[in-house]
Design a protein around this ligand. Sequence first.
Ligand code: SF4
Length: 466
Amino acid sequence: MRAAIKEYNYDWLMGSTLSAAAKFPAGTAKEIAWAYRYIPYFKGIVKNFVDAGPPGIYFMDLLAGYYQNILDAHAQGKKIAATTFCSSPVIFYAMDIVPLTFEVLTAIGAMVWKRGMFDYMDYCCEVGMPETACSSQRGALGAYLADMGENIDIVLCDTPGVCDTNANAFVFAAEYLDKPFFQLNYPSTLGDSRSQAYHVKDFQAMIRFLEEQTGKKIDYDRLAENLKEVEAQDAITADLEDMLMMVPTPIPPIYTLMIYAGRFCFAGHPGYTRLLELLRDEAQKRMAAGVPALKAGAENLRVLMCYIDHYTVDINFYNYLEERGIANAGSILTRNFRDYNPYCQALEGSCYGVDLSSPEAMLDTVAQMNARLPMVRSIRGPYDQHGMWLDECLALARLYSVDCIIYNGTPGCRNTWGMVKPFARDIEKQGIPVHIMNDDAFDDRVESWEATRERLDEFFTVRGLL
Ligand code: SF4
């Protein structure tokens, strides 16, 4: 780790950058234009979110708030829990615990910093993690292993599905930092009562563990409030899903990132409801005015990202889609799998409902909700079983009328790389072209953005799509 990088508290550095960026639009148009001249390093990312209008500006503020929560936690007597993105924070907010999700923080760093998360990623390897470990944890985790961030109090490996690299990263973090650790298992099947009952018991054990660690009991009234907020969020998300189905869609590519990043950080929190309202209102305005969502001025193509997006600096990937007139129907991270969404009809057993009638029912709801997060829901086992990766992608591709499917992941992702070729062949057999990206979603050193862009152009041209 370079000495210069070690000079800064990581959480403060990132949080301050985002909160300063969110203040930009407070100026006049002239002031904003002049201010950009003073931030050449960050101009790309700030301008992209400012240009995305009220939701983009609010999103920067919301993420800055995520870091602020981490920075303020100990002064407010709260514990910080390292947790995966495949765990809804709703339960932590009900227990006054501050969640810290490595994967989301790594993606933010990769999009904001031109130098990427490289130093932090490499630090993980310097202290013993394998280079083949998923870069999504290896980024932000490096800062905490190097003692450059706030002190993590608890490590929770919660429902990472079958992901060995994710589970190992959390075990490594707990061992290295010498912190209490809890492993929440994932349900082997979805929608059957035996596996669900086991999963709820596992949740109860996790809550006991957290109560011991924090010295505080879970507040079920608060959990009920948070779940009511989830109800409101799910309803707005369903509206956005409907608008994503329209051809052309009034939803710009970057909205899908905001939908899932907001959910991973703030599900059940009013801040996320506000973000969704802004996204919906802007899309509705665009729809009413007949203004296209894409900067290209026309929708030439629709893609489904069958795994994750590309988090390169300055959100280049989303801009690429905008410029080529490619609508983004979202990725496996975008959908919440709430039971009233149209895609649930084609994917029986894959969706969840909300029940607030008792503490047990609420825990069951949270367990069901977590089991519908991407790594558990769709890459839990064989790709071609009912409701799994292939089934889900085909159902979504049909419903959202996409022209092609694109895979993007990380080289460390054995779960998806181990099955992506037969998966792609099976989709091609259905007449849908598939492109497998070779980069690392979080690490531009694996393949430069320029090379990634060239391969995307080649795919669209050779397959006669653009
Ligand atoms: S991207 Fe793949 S390796 Fe990384 S956490 Fe997700 S499933 Fe695991």
